[in-house]
Ligand binder design. Sequence first.
Ligand code: PHE
Length: 348
Amino acid sequence: MEWGVLLRASDSLTEEIERVRQSALSEIDSVRDAPGLDSFRIKYLSRKGAIARLFDELRNAPASERPVLGKKLNELRSSIQLIFQQKEASLGSLSDRKAPSIDLTLPGRQRWVGTKHPLTQTLEEIRRIFLGMGFRIASGPEIEDDYHNFEALNFSPDHPARDMQDTFFITEKVLLRTHTSPVQIRVMESQKPPVRVIIPGRVYRNEAISARSYCLFHQVEGLYVDRGVTFSELKGTLVSFARQFYGSKIEYRFRPSYFPFTEPSAEMDITCFLCSGKGCRVCKYTGWLEILGCGMVHPAVYRFVGYDPESCTGFAFGMGVDRIAMLRYGIDDIRILYENDIRFLRQF
Ligand code: PHE
């Protein structure tokens, strides 16, 4: 009878030890943090924990069984202490890494490489071609006086052509230049012939803003003055430019025109490079694109700058860079060139 009871007692303690071992082993796996580990410690290893309770029960076991059960219990305690310490170490190394936590699965930061503005690219190409033909670069102020913007360019005070250039006046005699031609005057004022310059720059006009015109745009002016410069040199220079810029296959034509500061004056057209002259929306079904204004420098201009109109001859031309860039890149609204929209600019 006694044996049976004792047997049951020791059996149940052995079972109990195994149950505690199994549950500790499975619970330790789900411990993820310090509070979790602490609950584990309290549940199993504290003075009122599962192992302490089993040692208490050991006192009720028959003396002959105690050594074996005690050994089993000691073994259980050390193995639970071991898994506890291992867990503690692995959680510790996790929290060590926490400070500068690096998530290696995150996509990297992309560095955007900047691009040149389409106007800059167009200007650079124009500059390159004229530098190759022996021109140098000149520049002048964007805030001009009436004398350089109009008077010295042979616009008399009541000249009707002044109206064509919708001017932003700052005072009665000071204005935002409406074209780059005033720099022709400044260059000739400051040096004797021969002169061979191109003048890229911003110009301003007080026009209604639309897809086709903006209050500011860019021009490249050209000026070549020497002795005996002829109209055929004007044509030769501009045709050479157009073939280098638009392609060797283009056809061209010069139409008579009028500017107060050139005589004779002309406008240069090239065959539309989008439709090869067949006619399309861009060339308004004419097959031709107007690309610049030009002419032989008017003798009156030489008198204003102190050049001798009897011995000097030369030519000048001016082209709109924005229009050229728009044609070149298929841009249908001039305003987008000035909005600095990164989605637009990134395309170039
Ligand atoms: N300045 C003129 C314009 O803005 C263009 C031009 C320049 C014409 C030089 C002839 C010679 O329209």
